[in-house]
Design a protein around this ligand. Sequence first.
Ligand code: NAP
Length: 313
Amino acid sequence: MLAIRYNARSFSSLKTTMNKSMNPAPAQILDGLAVSAAVLTSVHEAIAAHVRAGGQRPGLAVVLVGEDPASSIYVRAKRKDCERAGIQAGDFDLPFETSQAELLALIDQLNRDDKIQGVLVQLPLPPHIDEVAVTNAISVSKDVDGFHAFNVGRLALRQPGLRPCTSRGIVTLLNYYGIRIKGRHCVVVGASNIVGRPLGLELLYQGATVTTCHRFTEDLAFYVRHAEVLIIAVGKRGVVDADWVADGAVVVDVGINRLESGKLVGDIDFERAAAKAAWISPVPGGVGPMTRATLMQNTAEAAGIDVAEPIMP
Ligand code: NAP
C-alpha cells in the first residue's frame, strides 16, 4: 500500500480542528447557483466598463462537433451564459463526419481572428478525432477551458495563465464562503485530465496539502477519513461512502450521475454526507454552474479584462 502515514501529532491536530467544527446541525450548503450568478454579474460589470472605455466586447467561439445530446445541452447553456455576461458568442456547429483536418483548420482560423478571444471545443469529440491534438491546437492565449498542455504546465509551475474551469470554479466557490484551503488537507478522488489532475495542481497552488486518489488507490476510505476538504470527481454514485466523511469536513461533489428515475445526483449520498460535513455542495446546483461561470471569467481575462471575484457579503 502507498505509504502515507499520519503521525500521532498531526492526526490529533486534525481531530482537534474537526472537533471544533463538529456539527450536530446539518452541513451548510455551498450554493453554486448563487455564487455563479455573482461571478457572472462581476464578469458582466467588468466587460461593460471595458466597452464603455472604448474596448472591444470579447468574443467566444463555441465549437460543437456532432449532436451528442448532453454536449448539445452544455453548449446551449454556455451560449446563454455568454448573453448574460455580455460576451459575443460565435457558434460553430459542425456535423459528426467533420474530419480532424477540417476541425484543425477551423481552430487555426479562430486562433488568427482578432474578434475572438476565447476558443472552446466541446468535449467529448467523435472517436475519429484526436482530442489531445485538438486541445493543443488552440492558441494558449485563447484556451479558455485551460486544457492546453502549456496552460496546465504553467499551473504546475506556479505561473498560472488560463486555468481549468472546474478546478478554478471550486476554489472561487470555497473562497466565496471564506473556507480556508491554505494549509489544509485536501483529498481529491478522481484523477482525470480535465478535473482531478488540474484540481490537484490548483489546490497545491493555493497552498493546500493534497492527496489525489484514483482507480488504483488502495484503501480509499483511509484517505477520505483524513480529508479536511474532500472533493469527489469520479462519476460513480457511491464511490465514496458517506460514513467515511470526517465530522466537520468540507465536501465538494463534482460527479454527475443520472438515476433510473431521471434524477441527477452526485457521487456521494448527499443527505448522509450532509449529516457529518460542515459544508457540502449539492448536485445539481453546486460545481456545474461554477464551471460555466468560470468559463465566462476566463474569456473576459483572455481579452485582458480583470474580473473581481465575489465574496460573501
Ligand atoms: P473520467 O474522465 O471518467 O475520470 C474519472 C476519474 O475517476 C479517473 O481519474 C478514474 O481513475 C477515477 N476513478 C475511477 N474509479 C475510481 C474509484 N473506484 N476510486 C477512485 N477513483 C476512481 O471523468 P471526469 O471527466 O473527470 O468527470 C468525473 C465526474 O465529474 C463525472 O460524473 C462528470 O460528469 C463530472 N463532471 C462535472 C463537471 C462539473 O462542472 N460539475 C465538470 C466535469 C466533469 P483513472 O484515471 O485511473 O481511470
